[in-house]
Ligand binder design. Structure first.
Ligand code: C2E
Ligand code: MG
Ligand code: MG
Ligand code: MG
Length: 290
């Protein structure tokens, strides 16, 4: 029986191994296809930005938009940025992608401002892009090239990207701030911030991670974390922004607890620029009571 057990173990081990390599191959092939698609999209203008409204919690007014990059296969299947941003990082395409995003967001800001819609546009920056040698210089060049007001631009960087190497991060943030841009810490509450280091960070805003907001209604711990972040923001003189608001109850909670800004499907999903403008105009004609 020992022999038999060994025999089965070997067989199933091999089967697992084969199954594992097949999955790995599929994944490598998938990553390869996505990288190729990214290269083509960067070359042929195949990328798009969508914009998600950011609303002032007290007044209910539209005050900004987060720019979110979109890419799809020729078949029309969307590829999530959560999937292709890491591939852009590992394949050395992130700098080029980041430049395109920043330039396009600036161009859109300017166009909207000319149409009377003067929003703060938030631009996501990946950890690697943030650490890239000339990141701040690149931003400066794009801003002056396109001709936008730097104060209307907000850089979103994740908490973990900053805490990885705090001294370096502070230097980069200082350069971004010296250009006049705003800085927000994205997905806040999920990383490993040392609270004392937060007091030295040249930032303007904390974005409470969606995971807490989404479970506000049924999880006391999420409410505690959200309350704590709002209190922290208050005492450090930072704005606090809740993202992932999907219900009126979540919005109500943030209102009652002094959160400054809100964003989420409750207001709208991210939209292409034209649709965003239509959404804004419609909302202006039929104001939503808050
Ligand atoms: P993020 O910056 O935290 O962006 C918020 C994500 O949550 C977006 O997903 C948005 O569509 C989604 N979202 C917003 N409201 C809700 C809601 O109420 N419910 C739910 N379930 N989801 C909501 P998206 O567009 O797929 O982006 C995912 C992530 O990819 C972003 O997370 C960001 O880290 C990254 N990303 C997106 N665009 C860019 C970009 O241009 N550059 C870089 N470096 N990263 C980007
Ligand atoms: Mg973001
Ligand atoms: Mg976020
Ligand atoms: Mg995120």
């Amino acid at each position: 029986t020992a022999d038999r057990a060994m025999y089965h173990a070997k067989r199933s081990g091999r089967a697992n191994y084969q199954c594992y390599t097949a999955a790995l191959e599929r994944e490598t092939e998938g990553a390869f296809l996505i990288e190729a698609r990214l290269r083509n999209s960067l070359r042929d203008g195949g990328l798009q930005l969508h914009y998600q409204p950011v609303v002032d919690v007290k007044s209910g007014e539209l005050i900004g938009a987060e720019a979110l990059v979109r890419m799809s296969f020729p078949s029309g299947t969307d590829i999530s940025p959560d999937k292709f941003i890491p591939i852009a990082e590992s394949s050395g395409l992130i700098a080029e992608l980041g430049k395109w995003v920043a330039r396009e967001a600036c161009r859109q800001h300017k166009q909207w401002a000319e149409q009377g819609l003067d929003l703060t546009i938030a631009i996501n920056v990946s950890p690697l892009q943030f650490r890239h040698q000339n990141f701040a210089d690149t931003l400066r060049d794009i801003i002056s090239d396109v001709g936008v007001d730097a104060e209307r631009l907000e850089i979103e960087v994740t908490e973990s990207a900053i805490m990885d190497n705090l001294d370096e991060a502070v230097a980069i943030l200082n350069r971004i701030k010296s250009l006049g841009m705003r800085v927000a810490l994205d997905d806040f509450g999920t990383g490993y911030s040392s609270l004392s280091s937060l007091t030295h960070l040249p930032i303007d805003k904390l974005k409470v991670d969606q995971s807490f907001i989404r479970s506000l209604e049924n999880d006391a711990a999420s409410r505690s974390v959200t309350d704590a972040i709002i209190a922290l923001g208050r005492s450090l003189n930072l704005e606090v922004h809740g993202e992932g608001i999907e219900s009126e109850n979540a919005l109500r909670y943030l209102q009652e607890h002094g959160c400054d800004q809100a964003q989420g499907y409750w207001f709208s999903r991210p939209m292409p620029a034209l649709e965003f403008m239509r959404w804004y105009q419609q909302r202006r004609q039929n104001p939503v009571p808050t």
